[in-house]
Design a protein around this ligand. Structure first.
Ligand code: AMP
Length: 400
């Protein structure tokens, strides 16, 4: 597979470098950045470009202003936070295209930074309008994409712009995503264990299908497991399941058998006779082995399954995890998910990759954030990438 070019591979001295970052940060009631994780994550790329003498132009979206100017979604607070993080001034432009922006870009000194206003103030961004993409591209000699979270979307500032700029490369964040979600699962150090959970088989079946080619063990948890249980002729009571996807589940089980991949399903299940997501509460709780009775639903993997999964994770050299083992938002149903988080973090001999979404929350909330090899910054993007789907924000970049 061709390798995506990165900022390591190019000269940027005195060049206008347009960087698509992910500054989609939460703001508090005073309009200040309340969590700067994404800004901090972009610092290595920004600092590298400053030190290399580039004129750094940053662009991002924030929230969903739906193609309208809306001060509630302004990136100005992000400019202030970035200035604090960099310890230097950050200029801010009130728009991302137009004559004022062009003037600001033309006046930009090498080694200085300009943040443009929210690209989603223009409908052309999400519509990937060629004219809007051209206007963005006219600001740049070099395009750098470092926003993995939107790389699965073909928007003007993530993909369309590349048609109008000669040099298009990845920043350090995307480089790391490609290395871990791509290279390390493409040619994994074995044994390679994939842990998949979450609500639906239909959301994850393409990932299962692709990783069945690479994995030694596939571990299934979450409500997904009940559709596999149906395929195995079990009863699942009132559990969340997809009876119309039983054939899909069955073909995954068959393919695993064909390929000699160990396909692990829960051997016991924590069940309840009442679940109220709104008040985060459950009624009576029990553990079922085999069939789940009517009037009861599965909400987590059971204690024997926890032990089994922990053992398989401990024996692995590469672990990829995406999706919770149960309704982990409710404490009584979160034991399996947090046990998996602890097990993945405890195996320091393995390359551990957390593939986005709820698993990232579980790893961080369990205090294991710094004990794993890699945490993906993209939910939908990481799932698409693991499915082997082309990401427009990556495939439009130059390759070596
Ligand atoms: P996903 O977005 O597909 O990764 O699914 C995540 C959601 O699946 C979480 O909100 C969990 O609460 C939910 N989930 C996991 N296990 C179960 C279960 N046994 N029953 C109902 N929902 C579940």
């Amino acid at each position: 597979m061709a390798k995506t070019k990165t900022i390591r591979d190019i000269e940027v001295q005195d060049k206008r470098v347009f960087v698509r970052v992910d500054f989609n940060v939460p703001l508090d009631e005073n309009g200040k950045v309340s969590d700067n994780t994404r800004i901090v994550a972009a610092l290595p790329t920004i600092k590298h470009l400053i030190e290399a003498g580039a004129k750094v132009i940053l662009a991002s979206h924030l929230g969903r202003p739906k193609g309208q100017v809306n001060p509630a979604f302004s990136l100005k607070p992000a400019a202030e936070e970035l200035a604090v993080q960099l310890g230097m001034p950050v200029q801010f432009a009130e728009d991302c295209v137009g004559s004022d922006v062009e003037a600001a870009v033309n006046a930009l000194q090498s080694g200085s930074v300009l943040l443009l206003e929210n690209v989603r103030y223009h409908a052309g961004e999400e519509g990937n309008d060629p004219e809007f993409a051209k206007q963005l591209g006219s600001l740049a000699d070099v395009f750098v994409n470092d926003a993995f979270g939107t790389a699965h979307r073909a928007h003007a500032s993530t993909a369309g712009i590349t048609a109008h700029v000669d040099t298009n490369v990845a920043g350090f964040l995307i480089e790391r995503e490609l290395a871990f979600l791509g290279d390390k699962t493409e040619e994994p150090v074995k044994p390679f264990t994939v842990i998949l959970g979450g609500a639906k088989v239909s959301d994850k079946i393409k990932v299962i299908d692709r990783l069945l080619e690479k994995a030694d063990n596939i571990i299934i948890g979450g409500a997904m497991a009940y559709t596999f249980a149906l395929a195995n002729g079990k009863k699942v009571g009132d559990s969340l399941s997809e009876p119309d996807k039983v054939d899909v589940a069955q073909s995954a089980i068959d393919k695993a058998a064909e390929k000699g991949v160990r396909f692990l399903l829960p051997i016991d299940t924590k069940i309840t006779n009442a679940l109220d997501f709104g008040s985060r509460s459950v009624g009576e709780v029990d553990v079922a082995e085999g069939d789940i009775p009517d009037g009861w639903e599965g909400v987590d993997i059971g204690p024997k399954t926890v032990e089994l999964y922990k053992q398989v994770v401990a024996e692995s050299k590469t672990v990829l995890w995406n999706g919770p083992m149960g309704v982990f938002e409710i404490e009584a149903c979160s034991i399996g998910t947090f046990a998996v988080a602890d097990a993945v973090a405890a195996n320091q001999d393995a390359i551990s990759i957390i593939g986005g979404g709820d698993s990232v929350k579980a790893i961080k909330n369990s205090g294991n954030g710094d004990k794993v090899s890699f945490i993906s910054t993209g939910g939908g993007a990481s799932l698409n990438f693991l499915e082997g789907k082309e990401l427009p924000g990556v495939s439009s970049l130059d390759t070596i």
